[in-house]
Design a protein. Structure first.
Length: 204
């Protein structure tokens, strides 16, 4: 049986399409096996929110993920399904994302009656930090980091946008920039108030 050049091209394309999917499936199976082992050892419910860049597209381009409303629905459902007297181990690895979604998850973490431990193996930035603050305990590695809680507006740091009207004459600032600056100020106040509310009960 012989193959022509076009057949080889189709085989190569098929491999490029299937390899990322198969690798993703393999990683998911390995992750689930480790989760079950930790749950048995700790007597807890393990919930993960891992946003790593995964090559899932046709040409293998990395697809970055962030905290979104779907994450909030999934994790809140997992927390609610956990018995009230069962501890939760929440593994966070995320660059952050939607403030509303992060705050919803943080509230659900705070509301769980049993102990909630957040594990940060590498980093939890912005919204990830907000979620971590709601836990009873945060466990980090030697080089793990929690990033500043810095909401993004139109892809830019809200703190930077909010400074524009303060460092530039108002008549030289575009109307859109002024609107974004106002939104940024409100977003910064929202996350600040949320962080304080999450921390206050634990500081009493």
């Amino acid at each position: 049986m012989s193959f022509d050049f076009s057949s080889l091209i189709w085989i190569a394309v098929l491999i490029m399409v299937l390899q990322p999917l198969l690798m993703g499936r393999w990683f998911a199976m390995q992750r689930m096996r480790l989760i079950r082992a930790v749950e048995q050892e700790h007597g807890s419910r393990v919930i993960t929110m891992i946003h790593r860049q995964e090559r899932r597209s046709l040409l293998g381009f990395a697809v970055a993920r962030h905290i979104d409303l779907e994450d909030a629905q999934t994790i809140i459902a997992a927390i609610k399904e956990t018995p009230r007297d069962m501890p939760i181990d929440l593994v966070l690895h995320t660059p952050g994302g939607l403030v509303l979604a992060a705050m919803q998850i943080a509230r659900a973490v705070e509301a769980h009656p049993a102990k909630v431990t957040v594990y940060v193996p590498v980093y939890a930035m912005s919204g990830g930090t907000l979620i971590a603050l709601a836990a009873d305990e945060i466990v980090m590695g030697e080089f793990s980091v929690l990033g500043p809680i810095d909401p993004q507006i139109a892809g830019f740091p809200a703190a930077s946008i909010a400074k524009v009207p303060k460092i530039k004459p108002i008549e030289q600032v575009f109307d859109l920039t002024l609107v974004l600056a106002d939104v940024s100020e409100k977003a910064l106040e929202q996350v600040k108030r949320g962080a304080v509310e999450l921390l206050t009960p634990q500081m009493e």
